[in-house]
Structure formats: structure tokens, C-alpha cells
Design a protein around this ligand. Structure first.
Ligand code: IMP
Length: 190
């Protein structure tokens, strides 16, 4: 059974298909931009997105698919922007975040990724978290979103400076995806 990744973000698809290759899984890109509901929890957003997508695209009920929702949680901003990351990125962007952080000594932050998988009957969620710091300026040209202002612990590069392969050693997304892919491959072997 093919597994479809619903996303409108080509970078997310590229990251995911790279991780999937390690598991000898081939995932299919289902390019669809869905409206994200505003909730306080990424898990609830991811679950509700699965349900609302199945209403707008009933053919998906017959498929196995997953989607992924991420957020950046900054300690000195009490977890902001968290589940509102998309809205905040589209409004104030990376420079707006750097501005909010300009007097903050504590630069700690983490990325959280929730992958929600629909197996034809139920939805399960998988979580990945990567801790790091918010840089003081934009660093690096690659990646997307908050990549130029986030440097994971145990590395001296921001996500935007990393190759895809290196980001896939550290990112929140590969962590939630690896849990899903491990369970899919274990299931296939049974
Ligand atoms: P989404 O709702 O999962 O697409 O992501 C929420 C916001 O976080 C969007 O503005 C994304 O650009 C950003 N974002 C998600 N994942 C990443 C990442 O891996 N690196 C940098 N920014 C990300």
C-alpha cells in the first residue's frame, strides 16, 4: 500500500522522502494546501487537519496518508510562537522574531513536529522535538521557514547552513517521521 504525504511544502516533502529512503519506503507526494485550524496543541491541529482534509477530499479516506505540523517554541517568549508559528512566520517573519528577542539573554528554543498518520481507519500521532537556540541574526541561505535563526544543540550550524542530509540528522521532523517509518516497516515484516 502506497503512503502519501500531504503537504504543499516541497522542502518538507524532500526531507521526508530522504528519511523514507533509509527505511526502503517510497512515499508519494500529495500536493495539497489545507487550512490549518488554530488550536493550542500541535497534536490536536494535526488530527483535526486529517479529519477536515478527508471531508474536502473524500478519496483520501481510501488511502494511507500522513501530514506533519511543526512549531517553534521559544523559552524567553513563554513558548511563543508555538502552534501559531505559521501565522507568525507569515506576518512578522524571522526578523520580527529576532526583534522580539533582541534584549533576551536566554536564547533557548525547541522545534516540535507532530506527524499524524491515517491508516485507512484510525489516526495516530508521532512526536519529535529538537532543542537549540535562536541566533542573533539570520545565518545561512538554505532550508525554509525559521531555519536561518535556529541552531540545534550539539552543532555550530543553523538549519539553513546545513545540507539536507545533516538537517535530517538533527531535525524535529525526521524524529517524528522515524517513529512512523519504524512502525510501518515493522508492520510490513509481520
Ligand atoms: P507548519 O505549520 O508545520 O508548516 O509550520 C509552521 C511554521 O514553522 C511555518 O512557518 C514553517 O515555515 C515553520 N517551520 C516548520 N518546520 C520548519 C523547519 O523544519 N525549519 C524551519 N521552519 C519550520
Amino acid at each position: 500500500m502506497d503512503v502519501h504525504f500531504i503537504t504543499h511544502n516541497p522542502s518538507k516533502y524532500e526531507e521526508a522522502s530522504n528519511v523514507a529512503q533509509e527505511f526502503n519506503l517510497s512515499i508519494k507526494w500529495y500536493d495539497h494546501e489545507y487550512e490549518e485550524l488554530q488550536e493550542d496543541s500541535l497534536e490536536i491541529i494535526a488530527r483535526k487537519s486529517c479529519l477536515s482534509i478527508m471531508q474536502t477530499k473524500p478519496e483520501l479516506k481510501e488511502l494511507h496518508f500522513f501530514l506533519e505540523d511543526a512549531g517553534l517554541f521559544i523559552k524567553s517568549l513563554n513558548g511563543f510562537p508555538g502552534p501559531y508559528s505559521s501565522y507568525v512566520f507569515n506576518t512578522i517573519g524571522n526578523n520580527g522574531i529576532l526583534d522580539l528577542m533582541k534584549d533576551k539573554e536566554d536564547r533557548e528554543a525547541y522545534f516540535k513536529s507532530v506527524t499524524a498518520y491515517y491508516d485507512g481507519s484510525t489516526i495516530e500521532t508521532f512526536v519529535g522535538v529538537t532543542k537549540g537556540i535562536i541566533t542573533k541574526s539570520l545565518i545561512g541561505e538554505g532550508g525554509f521557514g525559521f531555519d536561518p535563526i535556529f541552531r540545534p544543540d550539539d552543532n555550530n550550524q543553523t538549519f539553513a547552513e546545513m545540507t539536507l542530509a545533516t538537517k535530517n540528522l538533527y531535525s524535529h521532523r525526521q524524529k517524528s517521521l522515524r517513529i512512523l517509518f519504524t512502525s510501518l516497516t515493522a508492520f510490513a515484516k509481520q
